[in-house]
Design a protein around this ligand. Structure first.
Ligand SMILES: [Ca+2]
Ligand SMILES: [Ca+2]
Length: 388
């Protein structure tokens, strides 16, 4: 029982007919958008397009054969006669797709369970592709989809998912902080915006390069919080170059823009150059910062004062205003695809566990939940809530 949220027991004791009617009315609304929840928890919404509108973003399931007439019809239903759920039905040629979403009350704040069922209705074998469309800034792993440090979707077991990458971008759990730094010297405006690895997470960037190629990397720093040295010492790792330690206050002083040069190389030959800034072990301030990155053709010498001033931007292969408006995630949007083959009258089903408000999705490797158990937990809570 420890995995069922404690509010359900509380609600059982404080049940009131008016509140019960209100909740049932809310959950069974006949509006185009359908809300669903567990008793006492903030609801999630399936909109009139059949998309889950979570507080972290929109999640949509589509079929590659989506054509005219694929507009879903969205209704509220009761699963097992008691669990409020949202259902979207659509027809894609001979394929019928049914999306069903309900909240399962697992500890601590529940999870939204979205099942996509596809059925062949045309008496002939069919092949299609199921696409899960997510916000652009998500990171798709083998079993999960993450947004920063939060797992927002647990993917179905036994499936293969993939995601494209951009030419360059961050791939970390750090945060962008525009106008954090106040450089006191004439410098490239890229120094004003930073990314910070709150809680000690590393700042990570990747750049597509010719496999095994060499280039010169310059990292720009400007510390505008600390005035004394020793507070935020950091370790910079640029692929193919010796790591460098930096304490920006000790080296340059508060608000003073500074730069480090690295003779970098795609050492592992994977066609990607990795850049990382981490806190030094035992640093009083564990949050690393980074203000700017430049990539130049390989060169023996580079006037760093000129780089800092922005006067060599024209000859740079790339200039990144870290934390600025043009900064971007390395991963290119969140479409995850699954190929589906069905015999005549055959069915296939995919279950996604989706983070609801205030919660993460459980990691598939660290949880014992199955669709049946999640539905049984929801059934138990709603039966207890509705029947004295
Ligand atoms: Ca590499
Ligand atoms: Ca910047």
């Amino acid at each position: 029982m420890s995995t069922i949220h404690p509010a359900s027991a509380l609600l059982r004791r404080s049940r009131h007919p008016a509140i019960l009617l209100l909740i049932i009315a809310t959950c069974l609304s006949t509006a185009a958008a359908v809300r669903f929840a567990s008793p006492g928890f903030a609801p999630s919404v399936m909109d009139d397009q059949g998309r889950l509108a979570e507080e972290w973003g929109l999640l949509q399931v589509t079929l590659s054969e989506s054509g005219p007439g694929a507009e879903p019809s969205v209704t509220s239903i009761l699963l097992d006669g008691v669990i409020p759920a949202a259902q979207a039905r659509s027809q894609h040629g001979p394929l019928a797709m049914t999306l069903t979403a309900f909240r399962s009350p697992i500890w601590p704040a529940g999870v939204d369970v979205l099942t996509a069922e596809i059925e062949e209705t045309g008496e002939a074998p069919a092949r299609t592709s199921l696409a899960l469309r997510l916000p652009d800034n998500v990171r798709v792993g083998a079993r999960t989809v993450a947004l920063g440090a939060r797992t927002v979707v647990a993917l179905p077991a036994g499936t293969h998912a993939s995601q494209a990458t951009r030419e360059w971008g961050w791939s970390d759990d750090a945060v962008s902080m525009p106008n954090w730094a106040r450089p006191s010297a004439d410098c490239d405006p890229a120094f004003q915006n930073i990314r910070a690895g709150m809680g000690g997470v590393p700042i990570l960037y990747g750049f597509k390069v010719e496999p095994k190629s060499s280039l010169t990397v310059v990292l720009g720093f400007c510390e505008s919080h600390w005035a004394q040295s020793g507070q935020r010492p950091m370790l910079c790792r640029v692929e193919g170059a010796p790591p460098q330690e930096i304490d920006p206050i000790a080296r340059w002083g508060q608000h003073r823009p500074g730069a480090l040069l690295f003779n970098a190389r795609d050492a592992n030959g994977d066609g990607k150059l990795d850049v990382a800034v981490l806190p030094q072990l035992g640093a009083p301030d564990q949050n690393p910062i980074l203000n700017a990155i430049w990539l130049f053709p390989p060169t023996a010498s580079l006037n760093l004062d000129q780089v800092i001033a922005g006067r060599l931007n024209g000859v740079a292969i790339r200039r990144v205003d870290v934390g600025g408006k043009e900064d971007q995630c390395l991963f290119a949007g969140g479409t995850v695809e699954y190929s589906v083959e069905l015999p005549a009258r055959g069915k296939a089903a995919f279950t996604f566990l989706v983070a609801c408000q205030g919660a993460s999705a459980p990691h598939p490797d660290q949880s014992v939940w199955t669709l049946e158990k999640l539905r049984a937990a929801a059934r138990e809570v709603w039966q207890g809530w509705r029947q004295p």
